[in-house]
Write a protein that binds this ligand. Structure first.
Ligand SMILES: [Fe+2]
Ligand SMILES: [Fe+2]
Length: 186
């Protein structure tokens, strides 16, 4: 079930140019902007690659359904759907921030004044499907999880990675370090 480097590249190259749900950018633009923001911030290779792949589950869901893009009227659980395809080929330092990036949004809505108001309309739309903001107790529990801080940082890059026509490095720029992380996990 695991993907290889070629599969990941193909998914992003072929399905990535499709629009990102209700956002103003495509899935590929979103992934590349997210990875670039992490790289500029000096994040580890693992978190840069987590940013690149964090929404790959949307592309897999669309491929499985045979549709052009993922259905925004229901929660496709993309943060979990992608995990069986990446487990065993990438380390937890990549997988866990991906798994937790939706809960990081739910957490930030609870702990940070003004965060909810900063979300794009599409993110607000999906938040409702994803269970809404965490309670105080849920947020506290989330923050104790391993890789919660990385997931929160991924989330912040994610929220900013929606700028139309933004020039950032292409997919090829990230493939050597993706291959390196896969090699290390083999
Ligand atoms: Fe996402
Ligand atoms: Fe995203």
């Amino acid at each position: 079930m695991s993907l290889n480097l070629h599969d990941i590249q193909r998914l992003l190259d072929e399905r990535g140019p499709q629009q990102y749900g209700l956002e103003a950018v495509s899935q590929l633009e979103h992934a590349l902007q997210c990875a670039h923001l992490a790289q500029v911030a000096g994040e580890s290779d693992a978190l840069v690659i987590a940013c690149l792949l964090h929404d790959l589950g949307h592309l897999l869901a669309a491929e499985k359904d045979g549709t052009r893009e993922h259905d925004t009227d229901r929660d496709d659980l993309h943060q979990y759907a992608v995990l069986p395809f990446l487990r065993g080929i990438l380390p937890d330092a990549v997988l866990e921030p991906i798994r937790l990036h939706v809960d990081a949004k739910r957490c930030l809505c609870q702990i940070e004044t003004g965060y909810f108001e900063s979300l794009s309309p599409a993110s607000v739309h999906s938040l409702a499907q994803q269970g809404g903001p965490f309670t105080e107790v849920q947020a506290r529990a989330f923050l104790h999880l391993p890789h919660a801080e990385e997931a929160i940082r991924l989330r912040r890059y994610d929220d900013l990675a929606k700028v139309p026509d933004c020039a950032v490095p292409p997919l090829d720029h990230y493939l050597p370090r993706l291959a390196q992380l896969m090699l290390q996990s083999a």
